[in-house]
Every structure is written in structure tokens, then in C-alpha cells.
Design a protein around this ligand. Structure first.
Ligand SMILES: [Zn+2]
Length: 303
């Protein structure tokens, strides 16, 4: 079933788990993560970076997602990850995905607030949810972002801006970073708790790859209900490909479908582990019964 991102995140918050929000790169990784969710009966958010969207094209991405996700017995949302580019946002809104992350963290506060409000009006008119980022989460991911913290605000400011712009989900800086960690991060579940006391909007954790299961649990207990996983997918994908190619070279045997199958198996296994850590297994049926579906909205993924 194709689902609403914010409805899934709210279900997670009400039931003490986080929805895995997994970046996919192609149909192999897309089918791999959906297979992991189906196997665990877990709700799932599939997301794509702007880079992936540009590489595949919005139409191919939308159609492939619909074909893979519409008839599976778990709710799956389709989300655009970090997007500072208003033109790409408009294209994805027109294509009718579940949601977008408007990343305004490169703008100063006044401009970020004004533009976020405009994106909310545009997206809500078509039934899409908006995740908002006005503080930057450190680290460059698929060409978007910065390695230094450019903007940081108080939780009171974050909650007030969210109220004024009407966004659906919040992506604050929580001590995590995109990519692989070179030093142990200073994690801020305390900041989640402080923000959750001021707003009932779901809170999103970015930079999840590399955290320990107890770190995820601390964030979920504090109020996080969508956790983004991207680097773990890339690592599983490329390491499976590398292992396959080593064998192919040694045997001088070249069979792409076998490699695709091995990549798919490795990505499924990596996401199964995260589903388990996030406590998301077994929640699919209840989430679907509680009305997380997109049906009835005039969206492209439901056509
Ligand atoms: Zn992110």
C-alpha cells in the first residue's frame, strides 16, 4: 500500500518505534528494501536524493516505485530527500510523491521561513507532506550539504518557525552527521525531548548509519519516529558488488543478473537489521488499518 509519510511517522511515535526511511539508488535497491519491510511486516519510507532523481528521471522513479509498492502488504511512502532546489521540489510535487524534504539550511532564517511556507502551500495543495530542515545537518550527501554547521537555532525557534510555516515533519540537528563517522558523535536525544515537548510534529533523525542499537533506542524513546538510512545501503550495495566482481574476475565468469541478486540480498539484510533496531517489525497491519494510505488523494503515485 502506498502511504503518507507523516501518517507513518505519527503511527511510529504513537507506538514507540521509528519508521526506517531508506535511500534507494535504483530498482535493485528499491526492491531490496521493500522485500526487507515485507519480510518483517514493517512500515517503510523509500526516499531518493536529488542526485538519484536526476539520474533516473522523476517519471521512471515514480512508475517503478508504484509498480513495486502498490500491492505489497505493508505501507510504503515515497519521499524526496534533502532538496534545496525549488524547481525539483515542484517537479516532485507535480509527480505526486508522498512527501518532500525542503532543505533551506543554506538560507538565512528569514528567507528559509518564507520559502518553506511557500513550499508547504504548494505541496499541501497536492496532498504531499513537507519535512523541514533549517539548521544544517553536518556532512555532504550526494552533493548536498556542508561539512560545517552554518545555522543553529534554539528548539523554541524551531518550534515557532514550524508553527508559522505549517510543515509536517522536523529535521533538527541532533549531533549526527551524514556519511561514515570518523569520530564518535555527541548525540543529542535530549534535544529531541526538548523539541517534542514544544511540538507534536514528528521528528526525523538523519545520519543514522554507524550508530549503535542503543543510540537509536535513546532517540526513539525521546520522540524520533523517522530515521534516515543511506550510507548503510551504499556500503552493502557496493561491498556485495565488489565481492561478486572479485569472484567473477577469478573465475572469468561474467553474469550481471547473479551480481544483481547478490546486491539485493545484501541490501535486504542490512535494512532488516535496521528495521529490527528501530522496533518497526510487525507494525504494518495496524498502521494500514489506522488509515496511513494515500488513497483518495490526487497524487501521481496512486494513479
Ligand atoms: Zn539527511
Amino acid at each position: 500500500m502506498i502511504a503518507s509519510t507523516v501518517a507513518l511517522a505519527r503511527h511510529g511515535r504513537e507506538h514507540g518505534y521509528a519508521v526506517p526511511a531508506v535511500n534507494v539508488l535504483d530498482d535493485i535497491s528499491l526492491r531490496a528494501v521493500v522485500a526487507a519491510a515485507v519480510h518483517a511486516s514493517a512500515p517503510l519510507i523509500v526516499q531518493a536524493s536529488v542526485k538519484t532523481v536526476k539520474q533516473l528521471g522523476i517519471e521512471l522513479m515514480t512508475t517503478t516505485f508504484r509498480l513495486v509498492a502498490q500491492d505489497v502488504p505493508v505501507p510504503v511512502a515515497l519521499h524526496l530527500d534533502h532538496c534545496p532546489d525549488r524547481a525539483v521540489i515542484s517537479d516532485v510535487v507535480a509527480a505526486g510523491w508522498s512527501s518532500v524534504l525542503f532543505d533551506a539550511s543554506d538560507r538565512d532564517l528569514a528567507q528559509a521561513e518564507r520559502e518553506t511556507g511557500e513550499v508547504v502551500a504548494e505541496a499541501h495543495a497536492r496532498g504531499l507532506d513537507v519535512e523541514s530542515e533549517i539548521e544544517n545537518i553536518v556532512g555532504v550527501e550526494d552533493g548536498v550539504g556542508s561539512d560545517v554547521a552554518l545555522h543553529a537555532y534554539s528548539v523554541e525557534e524551531l518550534a515557532a518557525v514550524a508553527d508559522r510555516t505549517g510543515v509536517d515533519l522536523l529535521a533538527p540537528q541532533l549531533g549526527t552527521a551524514h556519511g561514515q563517522y570518523t569520530a564518535r558523535p555527541v548525540l543529542r536525544p535530549d534535544r529531541v525531548r526538548a523539541l517534542a515537548a514544544l511540538t507534536d510534529r514528528p521528528i526525523v533523525l538523519h545520519g543514522g548509519t554507524g550508530l549503535a542499537p542503543e543510540d537509536f533506542r535513546a532517540f526513539i524513546d525521546a520522540g524520533v519516529s523517522k530515521i534516515n538510512i543511506s550510507t548503510a545501503v551504499k556500503m552493502a550495495y557496493m561491498k556485495a558488488a565488489a565481492a561478486h566482481l572479485d569472484t567473477a574476475r577469478a573465475k572469468d565468469k561474467w553474469d550481471p543478473p547473479t551480481m544483481f541478486r547478490e546486491i539485493q540480498g545484501a541490501v535486504t539484510a542490512a535494512i532488516a537489521t535496521h528495521i529490527d533496531w528501530f522496533g518497526a517489525a510487525g507494525h504494518a497491519a495496524d498502521a494500514m488499518a489506522s488509515g496511513v494510505g494515500l488513497a483518495g488523494r490526487a497524487t501521481g503515485v496512486e494513479r
